[in-house]
Design a protein around this ligand. Structure first.
Ligand code: ARG
Length: 259
């Protein structure tokens, strides 16, 4: 009787042990599978900014989307793009809800106080869109004595920040994207729209009766922003960008979208 009890106990212990080993094995193979799955790289953008980022059906395409995809491939990671309001991107990056922001974003001193920027991968110019026949014919007209033109901009962009500085917030109307600003221009709510030159071209092509002034408003550099503390990612991104610039990939992508 005693012997049987001991045997039973021993068997139970052995079975339990076998189960642990077994369970351990299951877990191990599950984590192996996880390692094979690519790590995600999450990008924040505002996809109303052709040709840098815009929707083709339900897919976000454009210069930034393609350069980001090339970077992710280099890093062996899977790219996920999150579309949001332009003025939410910096906070998303700072708080770590995304890994980086890429949105035709201009490097500015002010932004450098809250995030880091990679090396620049493209240049931008702030352009002025007016209706054909507008009394505004050069950038200087905006500064003319007694002029109180209403300027339409995309909220939080450099076009917004610079024109608010120059013309005062009473003369600047902020819209959630360039398209809405252009609608306002056509409807007469604003006298001009200040926005990056390539999106300006796309907007003028898509809408009747608009022109871009020959004189531009500001010259800028575009780069990717990363949280201050994420220096490891910054280094990886810089290395990837440098390589993609050196081997001509960046130029090729830009040439595909800007003829
Ligand atoms: N270059 C401007 C800026 O950095 C405008 C960028 C807007 N980008 C966008 N995806 N909507 O402020």
């Amino acid at each position: 009787m005693k012997f049987t009890k001991v045997l039973a106990l021993t068997l139970a212990v052995l079975m339990l042990a076998a189960c642990f080993v077994g369970c351990g094995k299951v877990e191990e193979s599950a984590s192996d599978a996880n390692i094979e799955e690519k790590e995600k790289l999450v990008m924040a953008t505002n996809a109303y900014f052709q040709p840098y980022e815009y929707y083709e059906g339900d897919k976000i395409v454009g210069i930034d989307a393609e350069i980001a995809a090339a970077i992710a491939e280099k890093l062996g990671m899977e790219l996920e793009i999150k579309d949001m309001q332009f003025d939410s991107i910096l906070t998303a990056v700072e708080t770590g809800s995304v890994d980086f922001g890429m949105a035709g974003m201009t490097v500015t001193e002010k932004r450098l106080e809250s995030v880091n920027f990679t090396s620049s991968y493209a240049t931008g110019v702030q352009s002025i869109i007016v209706k054909e026949g507008s009394p505004i014919t050069t950038v200087d007209d905006l500064y003319a004595e007694g002029a109180a033109y209403k300027v339409g901009v995309q909220l939080g962009t450099t076009g917004d920040i610079y024109s608010t500085d120059d013309f005062g917030s009473d003369n600047v109307v902020q819209y959630s994207n360039g398209n809405e600003a252009v609608m306002a221009l056509q409807g007469g709510a604003v006298d001009c729209v200040i926005i990056d030159n390539q999106p300006a071209k796309a907007l003028v092509e898509a809408n009747e009766g608009l022109v871009i002034l020959e004189t531009s408003y500001a010259d800028e550099e575009y780069a990717i922003c990363v949280a201050k503390e994420n220096t490891e990612l910054l280094e990886k991104l810089n290395k990837a960008i440098d390589e993609l610039i050196a081997d001509g990939t960046v130029d090729k992508i830009i040439a595909k979208y800007i003829k």
